[in-house]
Design a protein around this ligand. Structure first.
Ligand code: ZN
Length: 205
């Protein structure tokens, strides 16, 4: 039973019942178009599309036609060895790739380790030898990885279900789609290689 008057007032203009909670997103993910919505907090516009600038849940205000992203609360240093996490590649060097950790899979409320960086050493990318790391990861790729060291936050993608789950075209920034063992850009037809996860394109779990 809903007790009248028991609700705590909230500092939002639209009553909560009109707000629709959407999916969990990472920075750089498409959350709507300017034809549908006005951009709210935690979003930015690029070429008529609205992208998330935060890690958190999409909030849609149907009444005011605003899409925003509500950032998840900071929960530092909760990583455990064996945890599976999602993150964004921020830098790719010869010896390893840097990962901005965005969220841990299976954790309640999607606890987020904000502003923590992990790294994937070149020897932890695949089971096999990696010749050129730039053929496996590119900056802004979204990856699924397993924690192997919590002190230095070392990650591995050397399992079939680990690796890149979302990637953008180096040429036109379009979202790449899986075609055989390669990724193809539907907009400009460019093909690219990555250490692709079997979870590629299935969305963030
Ligand atoms: Zn393209």
């Amino acid at each position: 039973m809903d007790m009248p008057g028991s609700r705590v007032p909230r500092e939002v203009e639209t009553p909560e019942e009109y707000l629709e909670k959407g999916s969990f997103v990472l920075p750089g993910e498409l959350v709507g178009t300017t034809e549908e919505f006005k951009p709210g907090a935690g979003t930015t516009i690029s070429a008529g599309d609205i992208y998330s600038t935060a890690t958190g849940n999409v909030i849609i205000d149907r009444k005011a036609r605003i899409v925003s992203v509500k950032p998840n609360t900071l929960t530092p240093n909760i990583l455990k060895i064996g945890d599976i996490l999602y993150g964004k590649i921020t830098d790719v060097r010869e010896s390893g790739a840097m990962v901005e950790i965005a969220g841990i899979e299976g954790k309640e409320d999607r606890e987020v380790v904000n502003s923590r960086l992990g790294d994937i050493h070149v020897s932890n990318v695949r089971d096999s030898y990696v010749k050129r790391l730039a053929d496996e990861f590119r900056p802004s790729d979204i990856i699924r990885a397993r924690v192997v060291d919590t002190e230095r936050i070392r990650l591995t993608t050397a399992e079939d279900s680990l690796g890149v789950v979302k990637a953008y075209c180096s040429n036109c920034r379009g979202e790449l789609v899986l075609e055989g063992k390669k990724l193809k850009c539907p907009a400009c037809n460019m093909t690219e290689t990555r250490k692709i996860s079997t979870e590629y394109g299935k969305g963030i779990q």
